[in-house]
Design a binder for this molecule. Structure first.
Ligand code: 5AD
Ligand code: SF4
Length: 473
């Protein structure tokens, strides 16, 4: 995968830390009580996308609000939670290997919970496969999480939330955010599209948009708390439909969030090509706070495969969308997702994807091997592409895209960009930040205390995945 975004941090289970307990505890439930001994502890590991990362912030917020303390090791935790991803099989398997560790060392000490998309997908089966799990709560049922935790606290052996026919979105007072400078803000949950490969409509349920006033209220609170960059989130963020009488369009909401005092940057992800209109490009053109980046996944360059994927657009229609973005008055970087090895994908279809990369010169691409998922239309489609062949195709896509990115980034040498500094290297004077285009900028500066600052950086060199420069003082 050619990433512009680092994967969320993950921690490995240390088996020796799980052996603390004594008797076989599986039948007698330990009571989880945050008040019993001056507060309880939780450990939370997150897999998957930004939606999941943000859900974890909310879950942590719920627990912190109830008097729990977050710890960095399983060792130190009473409640161990896994927020899981099921987008591809490998991601889903990871959770069972995590849970498998507890089979060898069953213990009263830890209370194990599975949250997120695997929980939604597998439901009760998790209890069957891993009987030591006590909480299963799917990503479409998070509004129930506080109640589920209450039940655990009062000693219920097993609690489960898997409702999907809920209108509720997961709104909570968030007391912890992982990034001190960039805050996530969910504007739409679930997905009403029906891409034949995708498990998300099943795991996250139907589309629910938040009222624009509630979104703006949260944006104001984030600005007051010192965040200057907001990333609006949704599986299909631009399908946003304001449920309130205001009926704000997505583009109008972008402009309104950007107008919140103290907000200097607004991003949004992920957009669906079908709902991507000219008004979004016009908003970006008109409002400097809206970042010059659009993530618009194409998935395949072949109209035939796009039809099989039920993406609802053709190669030509997609090309027109990009032409519209590229016609903007300021350069807007465009990134994409690509799936290789979808059932029935021929050598010619793959060539069409490769030629699309050549034509579009994306600024970044996340490329994936197709992985059949339960409850999806494509699961049993004929003409599966062999795994080895998928691997070969993935390498072709990644190699082609790497060279495109190298050339694109090298063409930026000599330019100066504004970076929001979000990382400091251990080596003195070395910093890292992001441009409006979402490129990573590593740079040197003689100044100190730059974290959270906006600085001008002159680009001196480039690689496929980042720019390297120096503070232009
Ligand atoms: N197999 C492989 N990749 C997938 N994606 C979604 N479902 C699958 C699947 N079954 C990819 C798509 C999507 C990204 C988040 O994950 O490219 O845009
Ligand atoms: Fe996120 Fe999709 Fe994975 Fe769920 S399945 S965690 S929504 S990437």
């Amino acid at each position: 995968m050619i990433c512009m975004d680092p994967m969320p941090q993950q921690f490995d289970i240390r088996l020796d830390t799980l052996t603390g307990a004594n008797s076989d505890s599986r039948e007698s439930a330990a009571v989880l009580s945050p008040t019993a001994s001056g507060g309880n502890t939780f450990y939370l590991e997150t897999f998957g996308c930004q939606m999941n990362a943000h859900d974890s912030e909310k879950v942590a917020g719920v627990l912190l609000g109830r008097g729990y303390k977050q710890v960095e090791t399983i060792d130190a935790a009473r409640l161990v939670l896994y927020n899981t991803c099921s987008i591809r099989e490998k991601a889903a398997q990871k959770i069972y290997s995590r849970l498998g560790a507890y089979a060898k060392y069953p213990g009263e000490e830890k209370i194990i919970g599975v949250l997120g998309c695997v929980a939604q997908q597998e439901g009760e089966e998790i209890f069957e496969r891993s009987p030591w799990v006590r909480l299963v709560c799917g990503s479409a049922s998070y509004s129930k999480l506080p109640d589920l935790i209450s039940e655990l606290e009062s000693g219920n052996r097993r609690v489960m939330g898997l409702d999907k026919d809920t209108d509720a979105t997961f709104e909570t007072e968030i007391t912890r955010r992982d990034n001190p400078f960039r805050a996530y803000l969910t504007i739409i949950e679930g997905c009403d599209k029906a891409c034949s490969y995708c498990v998300v409509p099943f795991t996250r349920g139907p589309e629910r948009s938040r009222a624009s006033a509630s979104v703006l209220e949260e944006a104001r609170r984030l600005a007051d708390a010192g965040y200057s960059e907001i990333q609006l989130l949704g599986q299909t963020v631009n399908s946003y439909k304001d449920p309130s009488a205001k009926r704000m369009s997505f583009a109008e909401l972008l402009v309104a969030v950007a107008a919140v005092k103290g907000i200097r940057r607004v991003r949004f992800t992920t957009s669906h090509p079908r709902d991507f209109g000219r008004d979004i490009v016009e908003a970006i053109d008109a409002v400097p706070e809206l970042c010059s980046h659009v993530h618009l996944p194409v998935q395949s360059g072949s109209t035939r495969i796009l039809r099989e994927m039920l993406r609802t657009y053709t190669r030509e229609e997609y090309l027109e969308k990009i032409a519209m973005i590229r016609a903007a008055r300021r350069p807007i970087s465009v990134t994409s997702d690509v799936i290789v090895g979808f059932p029935g994908e021929t050598e010619e279809d793959l060539e069409e994807t490769l030629s699309l990369l050549d034509i579009l010169q994306y600024d970044g691409v996340f490329a994936f091997q197709y992985s059949p998922r339960p409850n999806t239309a494509a699961q049993h489609m004929p003409d599966a592409v062999p795994e080895e062949e998928k691997g070969r195709r993935l390498a072709l896509v990644m190699d082609r895209q790497r060279e495109i990115q190298r050339a694109r980034n090298e063409s930026l040498i000599g330019n100066t960009y504004e970076a929001l500094v979000d990382g400091a290297s251990r080596r003195e004077g070395q910093w890292s930040g992001r441009c409006s285009s979402n490129r990573i900028l590593n740079f040197t500066s003689p100044r100190e205390n730059l974290l959270g600052e906006y600085v001008q950086v002159r680009v001196k060199s480039a690689s496929p995945n980042c720019l390297v420069g120096e503070h232009a003082i």
